[in-house]
Design a protein around this ligand. Structure first.
Ligand code: ATP
Ligand code: MG
Length: 571
């Protein structure tokens, strides 16, 4: 399709000033470039330029889905409550699920996701293992009444998602398609120009769910990651933490009880005794379901990860203020030496080699120095207890981990029989036996991806689109109204469009400064600048928006050169 757009007619109301409500670059720039407008919290109009970019993201996603044999369909946004009752999620989902009634008083919801609808579709139509595997996808609007819609398109309430669902007779078949989807997701991220990491959100450690999140790296991301040059990446909450050793604590000392009045925190103790916080051991108290006291010991500068605590001691909860009173233990001075009778002592495995701990004395205003496991106290369980952080060692290769923040742009998930069993969606296997479908689901945030691209591709002047996502590929900028300048610009504009380059011309009666500012703000990848001075020398200038590089080319070569640049960057 030939794309030739005129700035004089384009509905792209740009803003000179930064909108006050925008906290992150993508939100600010989408508003300033006239691409989105807010209708209500987390609900936006997508103006023509945003819609063009969204169409391009959708095209890339469609190509990758079609290439792995997933078939596109469209499911309804409005879904009957009965289906959600069947899966049990009508009660489980909570206030994020927007519910409504029809005129007859029947309950419906706005789909936040489509497992129920698709399972209901397939259970009525697919009966035999011969029809499997089956993979279906849609690109559709989702509604989630998020508690904190924010950051523009990054966390909206109404947003666009590609969601795919697959149905299998065997786990092997699911695994195969899951791997295909994950590879497709990597290609989608690459083609969108994203720097990304695949994060094993679980790696079999927590809950045993098989899922991978695709994270676009960005300081504005909500997820905190650790990653390694070997390819390992994980959410800090889930990552195995290999805390580097602390050699100065490896030799035994004698146990000393020290008076520490008013020193209640690790920071207080460290400061008072000229220690590093990591030279101390922090003890946190919890209780099991049957009321047994549990002490968790972690390096003083680390945080106990509640999920890992729960894995080490199933069902444990951390004590609240009342519990401390009930157990009669001093919150500010806990330690593993002589705890109340029956206390289970669990320690982070990074402490296992250390022979000399600084710990609370289980007595207000006293601490113990030189406490030695095995000699002065017993540790019943050694476990990975702390939240991972940069500088920890990579569990795969042992190198030092780097930290980063990430935006979850997509996720693949093995659902198993969660929906097919609750909703009675079965097929007949080779032996004539009825069995529930084994399912997977795979989501790409289309509008979130658009914002993520901007988070990674912008500068002070505006957006620096990768060609694959840009609303158009090149703009021609006539710098004056002189007939020869306007003629040359119009000719280049028409020829570029004819050559298959998506082209815009800034034909507005505006000063050159305004045209430059808007071109940089909207971020067309290439600017073909046509000025009087250049023309008299027979040249125009081509500016590469992302790098700022400028090249001077003969007027007659402008079209071929621009086309070559654009084509080299398409993906
Ligand atoms: P989050 O943890 O960020 O709330 P999620 O894990 O609940 O997201 P999924 O159910 O995995 O989201 O949805 C698939 C994809 O849809 C996400 O990877 C993300 O790209 C997109 N998405 C989810 N919630 C939103 C939202 N509120 N606004 C925009 N995109 C979203
Ligand atoms: Mg997710």
């Amino acid at each position: 399709m030939r794309t030739a757009l005129r700035m004089s007619r384009l509905y792209a109301p740009t803003l000179r000033e930064d909108p006050a409500e925008a906290e992150v670059p993508s939100h600010r720039l989408l508003l300033r470039a006239g691409m989105i407008r807010k209708v209500a919290a987390g609900i936006y109009d997508f103006l023509p330029l945003a819609w063009r970019s969204i169409a391009k993201i959708e095209r890339i996603v469609r190509e990758e889905m079609d290439a792995i044999g997933s078939q596109e369909l469209l499911l309804p946004v409005v879904q009957p409550a009965e289906l959600w009752h069947e899966s049990g999620r009508w009660d489980l989902y909570g206030p994020e699920l927007a519910r409504l009634k029809d005129r007859a008083g029947r309950d419906f919801c706005l789909g936040p996701t489509h497992e129920e609808v698709i399972t209901a579709l397939v259970r009525n139509e697919v009966r035999s293992y011969r029809d499997l595997p089956l993979s279906l996808y849609q690109i559709n609007v989702k509604f989630r009444d998020e508690m904190r819609p924010r950051f523009g398109l990054l966390r909206g309430r109404e947003f666009i998602m590609k969601d795919a669902y697959s149905f299998h007779a065997t786990q092997e078949s699911l695994q195969e398609h899951y791997d295909e989807q994950a590879r497709a997701y990597g290609r989608i991220c690459d083609r969108l120009g994203l720097v990304w990491r695949a994060v094993e959100a679980d790696s079999g450690q927590i809950g045993g769910k098989v899922t991978t999140e695709f994270m676009a790296l960005a300081d504005t991301g909500e997820a905190e990651l650790v990653h390694c040059s070997c390819g390992f990446a994980a959410n800090v909450e889930a990552a195995e933490a290999i805390v580097p050793g602390r050699p100065r604590h490896m030799s035994e000392e004698t146990l000393r009880k020290v008076h520490t009045p008013d020193l209640r925190t690790i920071a207080d103790i460290a400061a008072a005794f000229g220690l590093d916080e990591r030279d101390t051991v922090k003890t946190m108290a919890g209780k099991t379901e049957d009321g047994r006291l549990v002490f968790f010991c972690v390096p003083g500068d680390r945080e106990l990860n509640p999920v890992k605590a729960g894995r080490a001691v199933p069902g444990v909860v951390l004590l609240d203020e009342e519990d401390f009173a009930a157990y009669g233990i001093p919150k500010g001075s806990l330690g593993p030496v002589a705890p109340p009778d029956g206390t289970l002592v669990v320690a982070d495995r990074s402490l296992a080699e250390e022979r000399s701990w600084v710990v609370g004395a289980n007595e207000d205003d006293y601490h113990l120095f030189g406490a030695c496991p095995g000699r002065d106290f017993a540790v019943e369980v050694w476990a990975d207890l702390v939240t991972a952080r940069p500088g920890d060692l990579c569990p795969r290769c042992g190198a030092s981990l780097e930290g980063a923040r990430g935006i979850e742009v997509s996720q693949v998930f093995q659902l198993g029989t969660r929906y097919s069993e609750t909703m009675g969606a079965t097929f007949t296997d080779e032996n004539g036996q009825e069995r529930p479908f084994i399912m997977g689901c795979y989501g790409v945030g289309i509008t979130r991806s658009l914002a993520a691209v901007i988070e990674q591709h912008h500068d002070d002047a505006g957006i620096c689109w990768p060609v694959s996502v840009a609303p158009a590929e090149a703009i021609v900028l006539p710098l004056s109204n002189d007939a020869d300048v306007a003629d040359a610009a119009e000719r280049i504009f028409a020829e570029l469009a004819d050559a298959g380059v998506e082209t815009v011309i800034d034909d507005r009666d505006e000063r050159a400064g305004v045209k430059f500012a808007d071109a940089d703000l909207i971020g067309w990848p290439y600017q073909v600048i046509v000025g009087r001075k250049g023309l008299s020398a027979g040249v125009v200038e081509i500016k590469h928006r992302a790098t700022g590089e400028r090249e001077s080319v003969p007027v007659d070569d402008a079209v071929a050169r621009t086309r070559m640049l654009v084509e080299s960057q398409r993906s």
